[in-house]
Structure formats: C-alpha cells, structure tokens
Ligand binder design. Structure first.
Ligand code: NAD
Ligand code: UDP
Length: 313
C-alpha cells in the first residue's frame, strides 16, 4: 500500500484522482484550501479509513511522509484564476517550490498537473511537447499560463539540480461530473444553460477549437504517468485529440439535451486561444495510453450529472 498526497484533491480532477487511488488500495491524503474545491466532491470518501482530508494552502510549506505527490492545487477556470491573479501565480510557483522541496527532502516522486495553456495561443498546430508556445506574458491569462510555465521550469531545475523524481503532464481541456457549475468553463456553461432553457453563450465566432477529454480517461493517463520508471519525466500531453469548434460543441449539447435554448454570440475575451489539439504520440508510446470515451458519450454522462445537481438545488 502506497501513501499518496494529492494537492487540490477536493477539486474537479482531484476528487476523481483520490477516488481512483483509493480504489487501487492506496492511502490518500487530500490537501485543499477549498478555494474552488468543495467538501461535497469528496464527502463519499470521508468514511474510508485510508482517506484523510487536510485544510491547507500550498503557498505555505507542508510536511508529511509519503511515497508520491500529485500536485493539482490551482484554480483552473479563467473566471477563478483571474479572480485573484497574484494569488494564482503564488499558488503555481510557491506551491511548486513547496511540493518539490518536500519531494526532495523525503525522496518521493512528484507529478505536476501542467496544462495545454503553456502553449498559449499556438501558432503550431496540433501541439507536440517540443513546441515552446506563444504566451502573452502580461495579459489576463498570464497569471495562469506563466505560473504553470514557471512551475514546469522549477520541476525540471529540481530534477537537474537535486535529482528529484519528477513527472510533468500537460492536461488539455477536460470535462465531466463534478465540474463546478458556475466556473464559466465552456462544457459546464453550455450544459447548465441548455438544461435551464437559457441562451447558450458562444464567445466570438465559435470557430475557435478545443479538444475535450473525459475525466476518467484523463485520470487513467495521470496515474499511468506516475507509474512509469524514473527515466520518464515528461512533459507528456494528456488529452483527447478529437478537435471540435465551440459552435459544434454548442450544437451537440443542444441536440443531446433536447433543449429549446437559442445559441447567442457574445464578445470574446482577450488572448482566447484560436485552436488547440494535442499530439498524444508520446502518451501512447510511453504510457500505453489513449482516450476511449468520445465527446458524445462523455457529454451524456456529464449532462446526467448536472441534471441531478440542478434538481437537488
Ligand atoms: P479545480 O479548480 O476544480 O481544482 C483545483 C483545486 O485546488 C480546488 O480544490 C482548489 O480549492 C484547490 N486549490 C486552489 N488553490 C489552492 C491553494 N493555494 N492551496 C491548496 N489548494 C488550492 O480545477 P481542476 O479542473 O480540478 O484542475 C486541477 C489541476 O489540473 C489544476 O492544477 C489545473 O491547472 C490542472 N488542469 C486542469 C484542466 C482541466 O481541463 N480541468 C486542464 C489543464 C490543467
Ligand atoms: N466559451 C464560450 N462560451 C462560454 C464559455 C467559454 O464560447 O460560455 C469559449 C471560450 O471563449 C473558449 C472556449 O469556449 O474559446 C473554451 O473555454 P474554457 O474557459 O472552457 O477553456 P480554455 O479557454 O481555458 O481552454
């Protein structure tokens, strides 16, 4: 049995990760400051004697003896990470330093949940790990993009300088049950709008693209990365390479929900990436991983979740 620390464990991805690690007979310590996470996401785990919940902010050091650390703590939706951008940078950078310092001290593996946002508004398409990206260093998205880029730098420098065993994955847009209904991300927004019969809000022309990965596929890839040998450090893209325009997504949600909602167009935010699609050859080769749940199927599961959530309100 391994003892595993999950930072940001009460969030969307973190709660699914805690669940999977417990199901695989590990002991899990979930650390969260509840900024965007919620005890509700992990309430079903609280009775498990191998699960422990700690309220802590990773901008402060944390000491514990564990075998592995998954570092997920960081608000992920633009609304949330732009709410207090300075805090977002601190969470990414100081959080990384604190978790790397801990990993160095106790000699354990540490995995960083990095992001496709390190590619910014990419001029190379689709995105391979070798692409250095096109990020505005002073824009509204920079606190997140540059914070995550700096965290990657710290991971590689701790590895080179201190031999810390690192794993870096770059996560592309992921969706599924337990997304925050009001966090403004496109999949949750469209589904909630459709279920409530409200207008579906497309920002810009709707011709911008994203490639959406279902949460179960993503978590499987994340754990596969942690379980690779010490020579596999990444970065490795984890995402679903099937690319859709935002307009196609809106039409699919309207169709699947069977709503009378109208699609309306609103102004697009500055620096909104025009296109995004992962190349996942590295994940296929090194992790023997590829996604199995395609958008229609994943959306149906997510719609079912939000239907229940809205009924319980
Ligand atoms: P989320 O906002 O649901 O989860 C983040 C969690 O971190 C929350 O529980 C929050 O309370 C916690 N947190 C935030 N700041 C903290 C701090 N200073 N100290 C302790 N806890 C803190 O987001 P998510 O979608 O679950 O994302 C998890 C991780 O994956 C993030 O690091 C995010 O950048 C990364 N990621 C997610 C996606 C995606 O599509 N969901 C894509 C790329 C990368
Ligand atoms: N988007 C949209 N309507 C919404 C929410 C988002 O058209 O109600 C667009 C947004 O402008 C972006 C895409 O959907 O082009 C994905 O947005 P999200 O915030 O989910 O993720 P990110 O931009 O960080 O990839």
């Amino acid at each position: 049995m391994k003892k595993i620390l999950v930072t940001g464990g009460a969030g969307f991805l973190g709660s699914h990760l805690c669940e999977k690690l417990l199901n695989e007979n590990n002991e899990v310590i979930c650390l969260d400051n509840y900024f965007t996470g919620n005890k509700k996401n992990i309430i079903h785990l609280l009775d498990n004697p191998y699960f422990e919940l700690v309220r802590h902010d990773i901008t402060s050091p944390f000491f514990i003896e564990v075998d592995e650390i998954y570092n997920l703590a960081c608000p992920a939706s633009p609304i949330h990470y732009q709410y207090n951008p300075i805090k977002t940078v601190k969470t990414s950078v100081m959080g990384a330093i604190n978790m790397l310092g801990l990993a160095k001290r106790i000699r354990c593996k540490v995995l960083q949940a990095s992001t496709s946002e390190v590619y910014g508004d990419p001029v190379v398409h689709p995105q391979k790990e070798e692409y250095w990206g096109n990020v505005n260093p002073i824009g509204l998205r920079s606190c997140y993009d540059e914070g995550k880029r700096c965290a990657e730098t710290l991971f590689f420098d701790y590895h080179r300088q201190n031999n810390v065993k690192i794993k870096v994955i770059r996560i592309f847009n992921t969706y599924g049950p337990r997304m925050h209904p009001n966090d403004g991300r496109v999949v949750s927004n469209f589904i909630v709008q459709a279920l409530q019969g409200k207008d579906i809000t497309i920002y810009g022309s709707g011709n911008q693209t994203r490639s959406f990965c279902y949460v179960d596929d993503l978590i499987r890839g994340m754990v596969a990365m942690m379980n690779t040998g010490d020579d596999v450090i990444g970065p490795v893209n984890i995402g679903n390479p099937n690319e859709f325009t935002i307009k196609e997504l809106a039409e699919m949600v309207v169709d699947l929900v069977g709503t009378k909602s109208k699609i309306v167009y609103k102004p697009i935010a500055a620096d909104d990436p025009q296109q995004r699609q992962p190349v996942i050859d590295k994940a296929k080769r090194l992790l023997n991983w590829e996604p199995t749940i395609q958008l229609r199927e994943g959306l149906l599961k997510t719609i079912e979740y939000f239907e229940k959530e809205l009924q319980n309100k």
